[in-house]
Design a binder for this molecule. Structure first.
Ligand SMILES: [Zn+2]
Length: 359
């Protein structure tokens, strides 16, 4: 990719960012789905979704434009200080049986492979090198995915948090669906049509507060404070979410992509405590632009505490070139914050890409 191509890509992405529309808060949030008294359905204004509470700010023009110019400068940023890598024991992962110990494996970014309650699932799977509407133009990947798709164990289901390109990666989803037509794709409202247009038919769409039963596990679609966009005209027309997977012996939470918000406490009251909560800790700088939609490491620790999580595992850092902070800053601050805020450093996991841990 030439510098000119990269410039065009960045201009395109700047156009996306400049085009942000600010969704208004809604007070017509409707009630409760499936008895989840604490979790309200997502606020909606005609054909767009909103966050509960305040409008989501992406910072002023004066912050966004210099940010875009700095992005140009990071084209030559190398992957130094990216997360360490190790090769996962794929044979072990493929031989998982129902009574085996629940595990989490970090594939990279927000992609986790989780095995619990006899099922195997992926979160926000992205195997592509460039999350962008116009690859090869877009942010670069510093660390390759930990394992090839073909070496994965059989995937029972996939949870997708929202439609941004680094979380909803169509080439990956198509490959997973082709590999196993039984794989069920769980998405928040308004996202199923996109998958179906790309030949992925086994899709289930859920609103916040709704859940689905899957062979002994209950998967809950839950709030997150974020937004959505894949083109110039579809801002917030598809919903975003976090997810919880509740089994007999383990309770797992995936925060998706989110700012710090009051919803974590409500989710804990409804479904906590969690054995393991995956929390995003990167893409927080510049703060004025990112605060509403991306937590910093200190907020990620606060979220884990609000969620009543025994252990928090870090994600959404070190994999793609998305923001200003140095690559190794998020995990360092995450560990420090865990010690300072009382979660405990041992309970704040920073995995190597490819590392598997029991929880
Ligand atoms: Zn996002």
């Amino acid at each position: 990719m030439t510098f000119t191509q990269h410039t065009i890509a960045l201009l395109f992405l700047s156009a996306l960012l400049v085009h942000f529309e600010i969704a208004e808060a809604s007070d017509d949030a409707v009630a409760v789905v499936e008895g989840a008294a604490l979790i309200k359905a997502a606020p909606r204004h005609r054909d767009t979704y909103a966050n509960p509470g305040e409008s989501l700010s992406h910072g002023s023009f004066g912050v966004r434009v210099p940010f875009m110019l700095r992005r140009l400068g990071t084209y030559f940023r190398d992957g130094r200080n990216a997360p360490e890598q190790q090769t996962p024991d794929t044979a072990q992962l493929r031989s998982y049986v129902k009574d085996g110990p629940p595990t989490v494996t970090w594939i990279g970014h927000s992609t986790l492979l989780v095995q619990m309650g006899g099922l195997t699932f992926l979160t926000d799977p992205i195997w592509s090198n460039i999350p962008s509407p116009l690859p090869p133009l877009g942010p670069r990947r510093f660390v390759p995915p930990a394992v090839a798709i073909n070496e994965l164990p059989t995937i029972d289901f996939v949870m997708i948090s929202h439609n941004h390109y680094d979380h909803l990666d169509l080439p990956t989803l198509r490959a997973l669906a082709r590999r196993n037509p039984q794989t069920l794709f769980l998405v928040p409202l308004g996202n199923a049509a996109l998958l179906q247009r790309h030949g992925i038919d086994n899709v289930r769409e859920l609103d916040w507060g709704e859940s689905v039963e899957l062979a002994g596990l209950t998967v809950h679609c839950l709030p997150a404070q974020h937004w959505s966009k894949r083109s110039l005209t579809d801002t917030n027309k598809a919903l975003w979410s976090s997810w919880a997977v509740i089994g007999e012996r383990r309770r797992f939470y995936h925060a998706g992509d989110t700012g710090y918000f009051a919803g974590f406490k409500q989710i804990a009251d409804y479904l906590g405590p969690f054995d393991l909560a995956a929390v995003p800790i990167g893409a927080y700088a510049p703060r004025q632009m990112m605060r509403a939609s991306h937590m910093n490491p200190e907020e990620a620790v606060s979220a884990a505490l609000d969620l009543d999580a025994k252990t928090a595992v870090a994600m959404h850092f070190g994999t793609f070139d998305l923001s200003d902070e140095p690559l190794n800053q998020p995990p360092r601050r995450f560990k420090q914050a865990a010690a300072a805020q009382g979660l405990g450093e041992q309970q704040a996991w920073v995995l190597k890409i490819g590392e598997t841990r029991s929880f």
